[in-house]
Design a binder for this molecule. Structure first.
Ligand code: NIG
Ligand code: FE
Length: 411
């Protein structure tokens, strides 16, 4: 089936020759074509260009995009979308003065989600998560990474990963799975962290690898959670099974997580609210993508990732939601892009690069997603009638999307 999107006011993030990602210096440039067409064949982008150069061919379906912008769907490289129920009560507790840390120390936080996840049926977990997948597709996300990490037992971690696999099978959105066994220490292992790591490494990891349930391995490398040494143990074990690291580092404290990520060739290091000069330095000449999660900073009232420092050092940056029940109960990439501009001082061009091609890189999908490029997946957003792409971050909190296409079909 051939679909033509014609009279596009501006076609954004076009790529003649595919690139892997854009570095800090290039991020302020967003390649676009004004008064453009986009031609789709089945699930792929067949061609694009200026409207005046369009050569008539037989077409099954025409969409008129007069006064509308077309851009690639968002690539959300860090989420925890598969979770049970919610943690609205902790939101109220924080409004009333408790900190995220105090709530976690009282048995709330990740352990609260783990309790709920351990008892929910796989079917119900799938249903709850599928609603969130449908929600983010409507918000313009066409590729997403999802982590385990709310199970914290063999059965529950595998249940989460199986749900991720099933979502991937049933929805057109591209889904990448990450094994995050080391997200928090279960109460049963309160004084036996190495015992829990033994369980993760010896009992769960081999099954995850054998059943191809995850491509990436993650750990919450943070004071009070998993140390740099714990993280190194995990990444080493993951490496044996071919799992690539993508890790939570520097959310509350900078303890050397970025260095260990780079040492083990992490695809990304995520959060980075606390960044030392040496953390920025070690990322230079690495293949590791720094990932910022501004909605998490917004929701928890913690510092924003120093994105300007990262970009001004010449490093690339990706933006993701961190969609999860505790620190970011929102999967809205439009809000992330907007918040990155407002709070982290990214230009709209930088923010859109960070949320598309760099996000694709941060989950190993840069060959098929993240830009308008011939041969890539026909994943794109058609906006309402707006004056420019910069209007998306400018009109924060408003909904500027008219239609979303994933793999060539309207969702
Ligand atoms: O990325 N920081 C660790 N994990 C999640 C939040 C976990 C939770 O509160 O449920 C995050 O923010
Ligand atoms: Fe996270």
């Amino acid at each position: 089936m051939i679909t033509l999107i014609r009279n596009i006011k501006e076609l954004v993030q076009v790529e003649e020759t595919p690139k892997n990602m854009v570095s800090g210096k290039e991020m302020k440039i967003l390649p676009t074509i004004k008064n453009a067409f986009l031609l789709i064949e089945n699930d792929l982008i067949k061609d694009f260009g200026e409207m005046k150069d369009f050569k008539s061919i037989p077409i099954d379906n025409v969409v008129d995009a007069s006064e509308k912008i077309v851009l690639p769907t968002w690539c959300d490289s860090h989420t925890h979308i598969v979770y049970a129920d919610n943690r609205e009560q902790e939101f109220i507790d924080r409004i009333n003065g408790l900190s995220y840390e105090e709530i976690a120390n009282n048995g709330g936080g990740i352990l609260n989600s783990a309790k709920k996840l351990q008892v929910i049926s796989e079917d119900n977990l799938y249903k709850q998560s599928a609603i969130r997948i449908e929600e983010i597709m409507q918000l313009g996300t066409g590729a997403v990474e999802i982590k385990s990490g709310y199970g914290l037992t063999k059965e529950a971690e595998l249940k989460m990963l199986r749900v991720i696999k099933k979502l991937n099978k049933n929805y057109p959105i591209a889904i990448k799975a990450t094994f995050l066994g080391a997200h928090a220490l279960p109460i049963e292992f309160k004084n036996n962290k190495s015992g829990y790591l033994d369980t993760v490494i010896q009992e769960i990891l081999p099954i995850v690898a054998k059943e191809n349930l995850a491509e990436f391995i993650d750990a919450f490398c943070e004071t009070g959670y998993f140390s740099v040494e714990d993280t190194e143990r995990l990444l080493k074990a993951g490496e044996k099974f071919g799992l690539i690291p993508k890790i939570h580092v520097n959310q509350f404290t900078a303890i050397g997580g970025v260095q260990i990520g780079v040492k083990y060739n992490a695809l990304s290091v995520d959060h980075l609210e606390e960044m030392r000069a040496e953390d920025i330095e070690v990322l230079k000449n690495s293949k590791t993508m720094p990932v910022a999660l501004p909605s998490c900073s917004y929701f928890l009232s913690i510092p924003y990732t120093p994105a300007r420092k990262i970009i001004n050092a010449g490093l690339p940056l990706a933006l993701a939601t961190d969609y999860n029940p505790g620190s970011t109960p929102s999967g809205n990439m439009n809000f992330v892009v907007s918040t990155a501009c407002i709070k982290m001082k990214l230009t709209p061009e930088e923010a859109i690069n960070a949320a598309t091609i760099n996000g694709a890189y941060a989950m190993g999908l840069e060959k098929t997603h993240g830009s308008i490029c011939r041969g890539k997946k026909a994943n794109f957003i058609l906006t309402k009638k707006i004056p420019s792409y910069g209007f998306i971050p400018y009109s924060f909190g408003n909904h500027q999307i008219d239609q979303v296409f994933i793999e060539g079909l309207k969702v």
